[in-house]
Every structure is written in structure tokens, then in C-alpha cells.
Design a protein around this ligand. Structure first.
Ligand code: NAD
Length: 482
């Protein structure tokens, strides 16, 4: 099933691999070498129109399948993903740059999304509302129709599955636009969906850069939008959606605080924070970007963090090192610029900072201490393996620093005193808080942001709310008909 990485990838529309209406192909590069690994089609506005048309055409047949049938097909998609897990992980690792083990875990997550929402398809119940003997009032939950989904480059496969699976379970059809530096796994997923029995037109993928993204988000044939990416692009998506009053789910960036109280298990906290900021080379919206450390343990804790940082080996993702390269050249430059900014602003570089002298986009684990909460490296999302360590004197100051950014995606607290930890967890402005761990949560738990980190929730049963609209039906039972 799996195509060759040197193939020229086409669009996936109406169950088929089809060329774009222009010959201008794009290229996706290996982040470990900068060398091209595959060509792919650049969708035009006309191609997006074609994909939305196919998705629209498929809505009626897909939503009229019984929920059990829809669930069975989604379960079969999960089976297909697992049957092709090795190939998918290789492709994801090569295209995105992440270590193979992490790509394998993403593939399993993708299978889990389909499995989880397969089980939910026949449980999307409405309510009956008591209004007296002469009325029967009930709600039914209906799909929107066509869901447009824009995907970033940090978790190309699992974020695609995260949006497509609940949309399909709820009876919608989808048009997916992957990021231009990681288009491959979404195309393979569309093929696997077809092989699993998803009817033609229910899952469509249009590849390309910003233009097909704009075409999709401003298309009047799209009934619901799911966007994952940066805040500025999220704002553009929301503005485009406003023109057609299309509902949006936005998963945007983060600048997430990890608060380390003096009574914490420091070895465990250092392990979790290093894992939280260096996994996927820091290209995770929920990363542990800022370690807020009580001043009484500050020096000791920095030593523990540095020990972890220097222990990471870097290499091409497909060699399965601890850390791979950053995804693409432009992003690599951004991260290097942030490191420069940190130095200019007076933070102390404890380790890392110097990009590897190689063709790929390698930045080693980097730890800054003496970081002032107002510095740019403490305020702006770097999306790289760069940790800002900030001291605090007491809980009040820790929370002021933690909440003193525009984002509110995740946060964490480390303390052996569970009452204290829970109190702090309740006061962190974030859609998700981890206690004595990082990246807690899973396919089953809601995920999303407060403040500028987004609108709505992905994952868990709550995600289904984004793909269903409620209809209230009031039935007159009065025997006289009045
Ligand atoms: P990005 O905003 O640059 O691009 C995201 C996607 O939007 C890409 O597919 C891109 O082609 C498309 N796009 C660009 N301009 C567009 C426009 N005007 N209209 C429609 N689509 C457009 O983000 P990125 O650089 O790919 O990803 C990194 C960002 O994503 C980070 O800020 C990160 O925090 C965020 N992110 C958030 C989550 C989450 O779940 N909260 C998950 C992953 C990434």
C-alpha cells in the first residue's frame, strides 16, 4: 500500500489520487539533510473547490449510514493504520524529522483516535426536555456537513487523525489541508481510509501552502473549521470564517509554565520538564517552555536540568536518536534567532545554544537561567528545544509569572504536598494542568487552550461537540391540535 518516498504525490479527492490543476509541484525536504524526499501537488483554489464539492456530495450518504456502520468503518481505519504502522512511522519520521520511536507513538495515537471515536459513533444521544403533558420536546444532534481542517507540521499524522475521526463519527465529511513541509502522512491516511471502506468523497486531502488554506477557510461550502497552528494564522482563519459565520475550533500556541515547589521530588521534576521541552525538539504546543523554580532550590535544579540536556543524542529521526532536527530551515532560523535574543537580553546560557555544524536543522537542548519573566524568551513561543528557567520567591509570585503571558494552553506543578499542588493547579490559567508529570492526558481527555491558546476542545468526548449542532424539536400532543 505504502507509496515510495520518491513518488510525486497527488491530491486525494473523491477517493482518488488526482493531479492538481497546475503542474507547479512543491517539494518536501528531509529535515536531517535538507535534501528533497518527495514532490507533491500544489492545490489551487479550483482544486479546493473540487474537494469541497466532493465532500459536499458525500455528506448525505455518509450521515445516513447508521451510527453502528460508521463506527465499524472507523474501527476498520484503526486496523488499517496498525497494519501499516511501520511504514507510516518511517514516513512521518523522515518527513517531520522526529525520532522513530516518537513517530511510532504518533501512529498508535492515530489508530487510537479512530478506535475511540468508532466507539462513540452510536452514543451521540440527544435529550428529552420536560415541558408538560401536551408537548414532547427533544433534541437531536446533527453533523454540520463539510469540515475543513488545517494541520500544522509538528504532529502531521496524529493531529489529522485527531480532527478527522470525531468529524466522521459525527457524520461529517472532511477536507484536510496539511502543512507544506509535512504533507505525506495525511495523504497515506486518506488512502488507508479508502481501503478501510470510507466512501469516496468523505475524506479529501488538498496539499500546498497558504493559498489552499485560505481557499478552504473562506469557502462558503465549508460548514465547520478546525485549525491547529500559530496565533496569527488562527486569527486569519477566524476572520475568514466570520464572513460566512462558520464555527471554528482553534488550537493555537503555548508558553507553558512548570512550577517547581521546594518540596518537589527534584529528580522526577527535572526528568519531566526535560521530557516536556526536549521531546520532538520542543516543537509541541503543550511543551514545558518555562520552568518556574523556587529560589531555595534554583541552583540545584538547574544542575539537574543541564544533566538531562547534555545526555540527549541528536541525529536523523529515522536513526531513532533522543532528539531529531527541527522541521524546516525557516523554523530553524527562528529558533536560532530566539537563542540570540536570550543572550542579548542578558539571560545566562547554561548549556546548548550552538546549532550543530551539519546540513540538517539541528539545535541541541538549550537551557537559559536568570531569565526575567518579561524577556522575549519568557513571553513568546519559541517552538524549539529552548527552556527558560525563572526563579520565584513564593506561590503568589509563581502564579503571577505563570499567568503573565498571552497564552493559556497547559501548565504544570511539582510538589509532594497534593493539597498545595491542587490549589496551584486550579489557579493556573490553562486548558490542561499536569501534576507531578508532563504530557499527562491522552486520546480520551479534552485538550485545548484558554486565552490566546484557542477556542474549543479537541480529544475526548468534548471534541464531538465541535462536529455536532443541536436541533430542538417540539411536538404538539394536544388532542385538539391547539
Ligand atoms: P502555521 O499557523 O504557520 O500553519 C498552520 C497551517 O495553516 C499550515 O497548514 C499552513 O499552511 C496553514 N496556513 C497558513 N496561513 C494560512 C491562512 N492564512 N489561512 C489558512 N491556512 C493557513 O503554524 P505552524 O507553523 O504550521 O505550526 C506551529 C504552530 O502551531 C505553533 O504556534 C504551535 O503552538 C501550534 N500548534 C498548536 C497545537 C495545539 O493543539 N494547540 C498543536 C500543534 C501546533
Amino acid at each position: 500500500m505504502i507509496m515510495n518516498l520518491n513518488d510525486h504525490y497527488q491530491l486525494h479527492i473523491d477517493g482518488e489520487s488526482v493531479p492538481a490543476s497546475t503542474d507547479d509541484a512543491l517539494v518536501t525536504n528531509d529535515p536531517a539533510t535538507g535534501e528533497p524526499i518527495a514532490k507533491f501537488a500544489q492545490a489551487t483554489t479550483a482544486d479546493v473547490d473540487r474537494a469541497v464539492g466532493a465532500a459536499r456530495e458525500a455528506v448525505s450518504a455518509w450521515r445516513s449510514k447508521t451510527p453502528v456502520e460508521r463506527g465499524q468503518i472507523l474501527q476498520d481505519v484503526a486496523t488499517q493504520i496498525r497494519a501499516n504502522a511501520d511504514d507510516l512511522a518511517q514516513i512521518e519520521s523522515r518527513d517531520q524529522g522526529k525520532p522513530l520511536t516518537q513517530a511510532q507513538s504518533d501512529v498508535e495515537d492515530a489508530a487510537r483516535y479512530f478506535e475511540y471515536y468508532a466507539g462513540a459513533a452510536d452514543k451521540l444521544e440527544g435529550k428529552s426536555i420536560p415541558r408538560g403533558d401536551e408537548t414532547l420536546d427533544m433534541t437531536v444532534r446533527e453533523p454540520y456537513g463539510v469540515s475543513g481542517q488545517i494541520i500544522p507540521w509538528n504532529f502531521p499524522l496524529s493531529i489529522t487523525a485527531r480532527g478527522v475521526a470525531p468529524a466522521l463519527a459525527a457524520g461529517n465529511t472532511v477536507v484536510v489541508k496539511p502543512a507544506p513541509t509535512t504533507p505525506l502522512s495525511a495523504l497515506h491516511l486518506a488512502t488507508l481510509c479508502r481501503d478501510a471502506g470510507v466512501p469516496d468523497g468523505v475524506v479529501n486531502v488538498v496539499t500546498g501552502g497558504t493559498a489552499p488554506g485560505v481557499a478552504l477557510t473562506s469557502h462558503d461550502g465549508v460548514d465547520q473549521l478546525t485549525f491547529t497552528g500559530s496565533v496569527p494564522t488562527g486569527q486569519a482563519v477566524m476572520k475568514a470564517a466570520a464572513e460566512t459565520i462558520t464555527p471554528v475550533t482553534l488550537e493555537l500556541g503555548g508558553k507553558n509554565p512548570a512550577i517547581v515547589m521546594p518540596d518537589a521530588d527534584l529528580d522526577a521534576a527535572a526528568f519531566w520538564i526535560a521530557t516536556g521541552i526536549f521531546t520532538n525538539a520542543g516543537q509541541i504546543c503543550s511543551a514545558a517552555d518555562r520552568a518556574l523554580v523556587h529560589e531555595s532550590i534554583y541552583d540545584e535544579f538547574i544542575e539537574l536540568l543541564v544533566d538531562h540536556a547534555v545526555s540527549y543524542d541528536l541525529g536523523p529521526g529515522t536513526d531513532d536518536p533522543d532528539m531529531g532536527p527541527l522541521n524546516h530551515a525557516e523554523h530553524f532560523e527562528t529558533v536560532v534567532d530566539y537563542i540570540e535574543t536570550g543572550l542579548e537580553d542578558g539571560a545566562t546560557l547554561e548549556t546548548g545554544g550552538e546549532p550543530l555544524d551539519e546540513d540538517g536543522h539541528f539545535v541541541p537542548p538549550t537551557v537559559f537561567s536568570d531569565v526575567d519573566p518579561e524577556m522575549r524568551i519568557a513571553q513568546e513561543e519559541i517552538f524549539g528545544p529552548v527552556l527558560a528557567v525563572i526563579p520565584f520567591a513564593d506561590r503568589t509570585e509563581a502564579l503571577e509569572i505563570a499567568n503573565g503571558v498571552e497564552f493559556g494552553l497547559t501548565g504544570g506543578v511539582f510538589s509532594r504536598d497534593i493539597t498545595q499542588a491542587l490549589g496551584i493547579a486550579r489557579e493556573i490559567d490553562a486548558g490542561g494542568v499536569y501534576v507531578n508529570e508532563w504530557f499527562g492526558g491522552s486520546v480520551e481527555t479534552p485538550f485545548g487552550g484558554m486565552k490566546q491558546s484557542g477556542i474549543g476542545r479537541e480529544k475526548g468526548l468534548e471534541a464531538l461537540d465541535s462536529y455536532l449542532q443541536t436541533k430542538n424539536i417540539a411536538i404538539n400532543l394536544d388532542e385538539d391540535g391547539h
